[in-house]
Write a protein that binds this ligand. Structure first.
Ligand code: 4AZ
Length: 323
């Protein structure tokens, strides 16, 4: 992250988050590193149980295992590393245009750290908060031990596109942001851009660092909510998948549970009364049956039949509706 302090200048006066004050990392800040290394190569954000989001370009060429530190503020005082069990890079990630620069990290554990909510806002009317251990110098390479924090402002998409060059590939699923004295830089990639404490963007790229006429570009987190749910569900154990059919909008393609997605998209979740009956639907020529069984007052069990198999949730659930 590049932050220019102009001693005694008027410009620095309104950048109240800097001034050499070290920041504290929120518990959901994720620092990616190679096992045995003492400094991170990218940032990320914990967004769910054992689940972090980062930039695709951080992990798409990974040649070995990756570990993370959660909530690390000072690299001289690092918490126990956590192993990344699996990486999922967005299938449309374009490594030259930097579009869909998003990837998921499935962690071995998350220590119960607080997770970041994903912002649903489409436009930031207030400054966006950047956090990272990236390069702090515009020309050279200086990497801090203490996490850096700065604020940048969203630049309208049309202005950003009009800059031409690589910026002409900026799409709606991206955010451009700049500030007179602050920017993200190498090493900040994958890390959070927060709006009101919620995940709004993911550090992706920019032309150089610290030139306010060349904004930083961020992956728009809200554009990937569906994809993230799909991937999250794809890793659920099979007994939980029937439950997921009802609770999440998407289920992993290529498995019989694609039917669940169809149901969710095309139909409202059935009311309690209707849901007590089984109903049959056909999806891509395949029939499936969904049943919601009432097993007590406000207690339900889900059953899902497809491909001649029956899956049932192991325990009754008391909640009906999107989780
Ligand atoms: C990078 O190399 C990088 N100024 C990240 C952000 C920006 C530039 C470069 C934005 O990872």
């Amino acid at each position: 992250m590049v932050i220019f302090l102009k001693a005694c200048s008027q410009e620095s006066a309104h950048l109240d988050v800097i001034g050499g004050e070290p920041a504290a990392a929120p518990p959901f800040f994720v620092a990616l590193h190679e096992p045995g290394e003492s400094s991170p190569f990218c940032g990320g954000t914990l967004i769910g149980k054992n689940l972090a989001v980062t930039a695709a370009h951080c992990v798409s060429n990974a040649s070995g295992p990756i570990e993370v530190w959660l909530g690390v503020s000072d690299l001289k005082n690092r918490p126990e590393p956590i192993r990344v069990e699996a990486v999922r890079v967005h299938p449309q990630y374009h490594n030259r245009r930097f579009q869909h620069d998003v990837a998921l990290l499935f962690l071995e554990r998350d220590n119960g750290n607080e997770t970041a909510a994903m912002s649903v806002k489409g436009r930031a009317e207030e400054p966006l908060h950047l956090l990272g251990f990236g390069n702090t110098s515009r020309k050279g390479h200086t990497y801090p031990d203490q996490i850096q924090s700065a604020y940048v402002n969203e630049v309208p998409a049309y202005e950003c596109e009009a800059l031409g060059g690589p910026y002409k590939f900026v799409i709606g699923q991206q955010i451009c942001a700049s500030a007179p004295l602050s920017d993200s830089c190498d090493g900040d990639s994958g890390g959070p851009l927060l709006l009101q404490g919620q995940l709004y963007g993911i550090v992706s790229w920019g032309t150089g660092c610290g030139d306010p006429t060349q904004p930083g570009v961020y992956t728009r987190a809200a554009s990937y909510r569906e994809w993230i749910e799909t991937e999250r569900n794809a890793r659920l154990p099979i007994e939980e998948l029937a439950y997921a059919v009802f609770y999440y909008p998407l289920v992993h393609d290529g498995r019989q549970f694609t039917a669940g997605y169809h149901l969710w998209k095309e139909e409202a979740l059935p009311s309690q009364e209707e849901a007590l009956e089984a109903w049959t639907r056909s999806y891509r020529g395949q029939e499936y049956v969904l049943r919601l069984l009432k097993v007590g007052p406000q207690r339900y069990r889900f059953e899902f039949r497809a491909d001649g198999k029956v899956f049932s949730t192991p325990a009754p659930y008391s909640k009906i509706g999107p989780g």
